[in-house]
Design a protein around this ligand. Structure first.
Ligand SMILES: [Zn+2]
Length: 71
């Protein structure tokens, strides 16, 4: 089961989604400023195999962001 992380640069938050059945995960879509599987100007949705990988990615780069756990 993939963990999806929605990194949102304008609000300086990243939201963790662990449920594959989550409406937000299912309905996520690429926009001009937010990517899927890659970051764009305003951030994006990135898949990770575990929270260890999430934490490594967040690292220093997004450590000032607020973490939200959605599901
Ligand atoms: Zn969710």
């Amino acid at each position: 089961m993939l963990i999806w992380v929605n990194i949102d640069k304008p609000t300086r938050t990243y939201t963790i989604h662990k449920a594959g059945t989550c409406t937000y995960v299912i309905q996520k879509k690429e926009t001009k400023h937010k990517g899927i599987g890659k970051l764009k100007e305003d951030g994006g949705w990135l898949p990770f195999e575990s929270m260890d990988y999430v934490n490594k990615f967040i690292g220093d780069k997004f450590s000032k962001y607020e973490m939200k756990q959605h599901c």
